[in-house]
Design a protein around this ligand. Structure first.
Ligand code: ZN
Length: 327
């Protein structure tokens, strides 16, 4: 076989692979590589990384997002952003009242979805394609922390935070049971609220179940009981439709690591002032990459605290504990 034939054969394979991939998959892979590296930044370099992202976002927001343009220019020179405390807190209620004021002018919209409505009235979420691809990359990183691959993720209601979970019917439970049977090692991923129904699927007892991923809040201890009964670890993720995965346990499963190389989490008092580690307060989130409709110090309506402890895994990504909901 000539080298030319080899080359042609390889090219055909490469093109075939490219054609089979969903659009955007290559970009997701690139971002996943980036996050695989940045999760090991030490504290100082993580702060530098965050500050660079924040400066970029604030610069963009002050120029293109009506809600912030005037206020930011008045408060400070954009080039002088050194901390989030310089920026106003965004209340969800204000965003609901004037959603158009939070949408950037002239940025391509990639994905639109809706919040699940568990933290107040449902609201539209708008993202540029890069922000969406990065959210998928972050989700794949925390799936890796839970053991996938080699475990294959079998998901109910998809793998992202984008779909509102509804009660699963018999047909869906059958499809779920069938999917479980297709892989040798399995990681189940589902909204926390779906686990009561999923626990009736007898195929879960099969050998090769690597763990359970519970996306979002648990209303009761049903998932923990199920994980214990099955003898597998439980990975509870803190997610929101606005920004995707916010915090998730690593392979040590000690606590929830904030995805701090991708988004910023603050815990503040009622005046928006940061609280020291260990104290409970309102959670604010800043997505460093959504330029289409930026979430900048966005109040999610949750209460939590940042832990002073470091995880034994060695990552500097801080640990977060959820406490409850704002009243
Ligand atoms: Zn860890």
């Amino acid at each position: 076989v000539s080298s030319e034939a080899h080359l042609r054969h390889d090219s055909v394979h490469l093109i075939g692979d490219l054609l089979r991939r969903p659009s955007g998959a290559i970009e997701v892979d690139r971002f996943l590589d980036e996050y695989e590296a940045s999760q090991w930044l030490d504290e100082r370099r993580l702060r530098e990384h965050q500050l660079a992202g924040l400066r970029r976002l604030v610069w963009h927001t002050a120029q293109h997002v009506p809600r912030f343009a005037g206020e930011m220019a008045r408060r400070m020179p954009v080039s002088g952003v050194v901390s989030l405390e310089d920026l106003p807190v965004q209340r969800a209620v204000e965003r609901r009242r004037r959603p158009e004021a939070f949408v950037a002018e002239g940025v391509a919209v990639g994905v639109q979805r809706c919040t699940a409505g568990t933290r107040g009235p449902r609201q539209q979420v708008i993202m540029n394609p890069e922000a969406h691809a990065r959210q998928i990359a972050v989700r794949r990183r925390v799936e890796r922390w839970a053991g996938a691959p080699p475990a294959r993720v079998v998901a109910a209601w998809g793998r992202d935070a984008s779909r509102e979970p509804r009660p699963l019917d018999h047909e869906q439970l059958d499809a779920f049971a069938y999917a479980l049977g297709l892989a040798r090692t399995v990681l189940v991923s589902a909204p926390a609220s779906s686990y009561r129904a999923l626990s009736t699927v007898s195929e879960l007892q099969r050998v090769g179940l690597r763990g359970l991923i519970a996306r979002g809040e648990q209303s009761d201890g049903a998932i923990a009981t199920l994980a214990e009964r099955l003898g597998v670890p439980l990975y509870s993720w803190y997610i929101a439709a606005e920004v995707g995965v916010i915090a998730a346990p690593c392979e040590r499963a000690v606590g929830l690591h904030v995805q701090a190389d991708h988004l910023l989490v603050e815990v503040v008092d009622e005046h928006g002032r940061p609280l020291p580690d260990g104290e409970s307060g309102r959670i604010l989130v800043t997505d460093l990459h959504n330029e289409a409709a930026p979430y900048l110090r966005h109040e999610l309506g949750d209460i939590g605290r940042l832990l002073p402890d470091r995880c034994p895994c060695g990552r500097a990504l801080p640990l977060l504990e959820l406490v409850g909901r704002c009243t």
